[in-house]
Design a protein. Structure first.
Length: 282
């Protein structure tokens, strides 16, 4: 059947199938995951698993957390607990609520066994070092905004003989969104223009084995606007239905982490190609 098709038709079909395969692989198997750094020497080992998130604060004090590994979203309650935010797409319109500040953090799981107790308190000492910065969508990296610079914290985790693990949190202070924009893009944001931010993260775990050997490992990850969100500034419009909106420039964020729709389209195209092949043969 396929051999009977003319050469141009074969080439078109093959190119389409290859493109579908590449895009499907990218969405299904190449999505950003939790950052994990592991180091071991003999029987000694240590690891840190870092789940990065971004907190968006609105002008009325609400905080929406977006986890960058899977796109899950939560409202952060005053006591620190999380309430799930279920829609796959969320938008905080500039005409209703202004995003004023952003905060970056990590949910950490730190573990180790047969590690040295450096301060003789009975617990293993594991050090985590974090570096991260915000950047734009171009290839120039000199205009980035540093979030964490060699941020170092040492955790006491379990005893050297039995090992153990611990869950921790690292987070920055809230940062004015305009400060990030001024550093990364420069100047004032253009109205209605959509900006695509990037976030680069390096996480290092460092410890000493029970027998004195150094253990260290660094893991890195990059997150783009499909995880962080599209950043857009627009002029608020006044009106009865717009509540307390002001006429000042306000920022808008939009995220759509659902990949199912794109995959459905790709598979539909593949089916159409198969139908065309059979139709061509008839």
């Amino acid at each position: 059947m396929f051999r009977e098709l003319d050469l141009k038709y074969k080439v078109v079909v093959l190119i389409a199938v290859v493109l579908i395969g590449i895009v499907a692989y990218t969405y299904l198997f190449n999505q950003p995951k939790t950052i994990t750094a592991e180091a071991e020497s003999g029987d000694s080992s240590t690891a840190v698993s870092a789940r990065p998130y971004v907190d968006y604060m609105t002008s009325d004090g609400r905080i929406l957390r977006v986890y960058l590994d899977d796109g899950s979203k939560y409202w952060v309650n005053p006591d620190g607990s999380l309430t799930p935010y279920t829609p796959q797409t969320w938008t905080v319109p500039g005409t209703l609520t202004q995003i004023t500040q952003v905060r970056y953090g990590f949910d950490l799981t730190v573990s180790g066994k047969y590690l040295k107790d450096l301060n003789n308190d009975g617990y293993q000492d594991i050090t985590v070092i974090v570096n991260s910065y915000m950047d734009d969508n171009d290839t120039v990296t000199t205009d980035h905004y540093t979030v964490f610079s060699n941020y170092k914290v040492t955790y006491q985790v379990g005893s050297p003989s039995s090992g153990g693990s611990s869950t921790q949190t690292i987070q920055s202070s809230f940062i004015n969104i305009d400060d990030i924009f001024n550093t990364v893009w420069g100047g004032s944001p253009e109205q209605e223009k959509i900006y695509w931010p990037k976030y680069h993260v390096d996480v290092t775990v460092n410890a000493t084995s029970y027998w004195g050997d150094p253990l260290q490992k660094t893991a890195s990850a990059d997150y783009d606007h499909t995880q962080i969100g599209d950043w857009q500034w627009k002029e608020a419009e006044l009106g009865v239905s717009l509540g307390s909106a002001s006429s000042s420039t306000q920022s808008l964020f939009n995220i759509d982490v659902s990949k199912e729709g794109i995959l459905i389209i790709m598979f539909a195209v593949a089916i159409i190609l198969l139908v065309l092949i059979f139709h061509r043969e008839d």
